[in-house]
Ligand binder design. Structure first.
Ligand code: NG6
Ligand code: CA
Length: 526
């Protein structure tokens, strides 16, 4: 088991090459017939900001592997996750619907699955089109349908929404239960030491961070001061499962190995791999091999670890002859945050590095950096190297992938529209409108403008995160093409633009394509 021991990176590379050489499958470029379906790998990094990658201006860390994807692929400068927080963005990514349609918000670690198992999803669509499907990494979409018994197979979960294989961190790294789940069962569980989880009341007798700060590798705020696992206090209480506890420092190697094994097994089918990183979410505990790889402490070192992981997957594809037949998308689930509950000195060690790039806000925020995230599409021979300023949203990935797969068997409902040509760089046409969700409200974008409706009930600042929420008691309008930093509210000068965007936002919110699939608003105004 890799979660209790760390293998050196060189031995991992050896293992990967070994897996690759064992696979004499047919899934190579030469053997693929013309027009066959490409594999899809979706690298989904957690909390990675617009400015956190070299090719987007990072200063405190090098990201050669991701930069190389960008150099040989298409780098987007106005691409967005749907929300400035994780669960909603992931919900949209997998269902093709905006998360507010399902009131999706950041979930506790024992929440039920929030995706309707009756509806098509990105993985179920891929599955029905002949793809082998897997999710490896952070889930945070809920599991089960109520009171979870962590000691049995938990269902519904990934397999009920179309994933053939899953290897999960059930919620987040900072939430209990701190165990991996493989195909919805806790990995390495000793039945004599059952797991219990509670988000209200302490359970069992594992030490709590609030009572035993001396046991901690990193100090935490009150919210993150419950059960201590692996020297880190978490949100929520858990007991039992001692042999199954994860080791945070091993996340990248463990997830990588699971992803490789899944890919290595695919022989006849194309595959869809949702590689859902824990990096660079808190607690940031990169492996010792990455200590000091950045000038920014553990947040930067976690970026370096993530970049290395991407490099390993790409190396694997190359060795296996799959590079030319795999569409790789690299992106993030929300903008950056420095202090998210642990005293890991992310802010103090920042130096010249700007996690949000030249945008305002970050995770949780309605300002641009909440959802504008690094986004790269890479597919040698199919995507020409370059840059695209097209306005893009992850809500459209489902439908775009459906078109790529020439899907005729499913009907993906929801807000998702076909943006494949833009994603592949064949067109520069962006979306006419996208909604940006955030912690306290929605905003709407078109190519030039951003409108954030007045929200007098919301705070303007989150003290504990040092983060502007983007909310105000006034309507806000920013002329982004002239004022990308959202410094000057021009709502009063452009009442017609405000009216147009307000109407459009209301219409998009009201027209629920889930209730009436044919009611999807077209990408253009008419
Ligand atoms: C917040 C947590 C934060 C993080 C976030 C989820 C507190 C005070 N903060 O509620 O630490 O876990 O949820 O992050 O509890 S996300 O990337 O999964 O959305
Ligand atoms: Ca996140």
């Amino acid at each position: 088991m890799l979660n209790k021991c760390w293998c050196s990176h060189s031995s991992i590379i050896f293992l990967l090459l070994f897996i690759a050489s064992c696979n004499n499958g047919k899934n190579t470029v030469e053997e693929e017939s013309e027009g066959s379906k490409p594999n899809i790998i979706l690298f989904y990094v957690d909390d990675l900001g617009y400015g956190d990658i070299g090719c987007y201006g990072a200063k405190g860390v090098n990201t050669p592997h991701v930069d190389s994807l960008a150099r040989q692929g298409l780098r987007f400068t106005d691409a967005h996750c749907t929300s400035a927080t994780c669960t909603p963005s992931r919900y949209s990514l997998l269902t093709g619907s905006y998360a507010f349609r399902n009131n999706a918000a950041i979930l506790p670690g024992d929440a039920p699955l929030i995706i309707d198992t009756e509806k098509e999803t990105l993985p179920s669509m891929a599955q029905k089109n002949g793809y082998a499907t897997a999710v490896v990494g952070k889930w945070h979409l809920g599991l089960g349908d109520g009171a979870i018994d962590w000691n049995t197979r938990v269902s519904p979960g990934p397999s009920e929404i179309g994933f053939d294989y899953s290897f999960l961190l059930p919620a987040t790294g900072d939430r209990v239960p701190c165990v991996y789940m493989e195909n919805q069962k806790v990995v390495g569980l000793d039945t004599a030491d059952p797991i219990q989880v509670d988000y209200e009341t302490p359970v069992g007798n594992l030490p709590l961070g609030s009572a035993h700060p001396e046991l901690l590798k990193v100090a935490a705020d009150e919210q993150h001061s419950n059960t201590i696992i692996n020297g880190i206090s978490r949100i929520g209480f858990m007991s039992g499962g001692t042999k199954a506890h994860w080791v945070d420092e091993d996340f990248s190697a463990v997830l990588l190995e699971k992803a490789m094994t899944f890919m290595g097994k695919q022989k006849e089918n194309p595959f869809f791999l949702f590689f859902s990183f824990h990096d660079i979410h808190v607690p940031r505990m990169p492996h010792a091999d990455f200590k000091g790889k950045s000038s920014m402490g553990s947040r930067g070192d976690a970026i370096a670890q993530m970049d290395w992981t991407v490099g390993q997957v790409m190396h694997f594809l190359e060795k296996k002859g799959l590079k030319e037949n795999t569409l790789v998308i690299f992106t993030s689930d929300n903008g950056p945050v420095l202090d998210d509950g642990y005293a890991d000195r992310a802010k103090e060690l920042l130096g010249e590095h700007r996690p949000s790039g030249h945008f305002r806000g970050g995770k949780y925020s309605a300002f641009e950096a909440g959802t504008r995230v690094p986004t790269i599409a890479y597919w040698p021979g199919h995507i020409a190297p370059g840059e695209s300023g097209a306005l893009l949203s992850q809500v459209d990935f489902v439908r775009s992938f459906a078109v790529l797969m020439k899907d005729t068997v499913t009907q993906i409902h929801g807000d998702s529209q076909d943006m494949l040509s833009t994603l592949l760089g064949k067109s520069n046409k962006g979306k006419d409108y996208i909604i940006e969700e955030s912690m306290f409200g929605k905003a709407i974008r078109d190519k030039e403008w951003k409108y954030i409706p007045a929200n007098p009930d919301a705070p303007t600042f989150m003290e504990n995160k040092s983060m502007e929420t983007g909310m105000s008691d006034q309507d806000q309008l920013y002329h982004l093409s002239k004022d990308p930093k959202e410094q000057k509210n021009v709502a009063a000068q452009y009442p017609k633009v405000v009216e147009r965007l307000r109407d459009r936002l209301e219409k998009m919110v009201k027209t629920n394509p889930l209730a009436s699939p044919t009611a999807i608003l077209t990408n253009s105004m008419h």
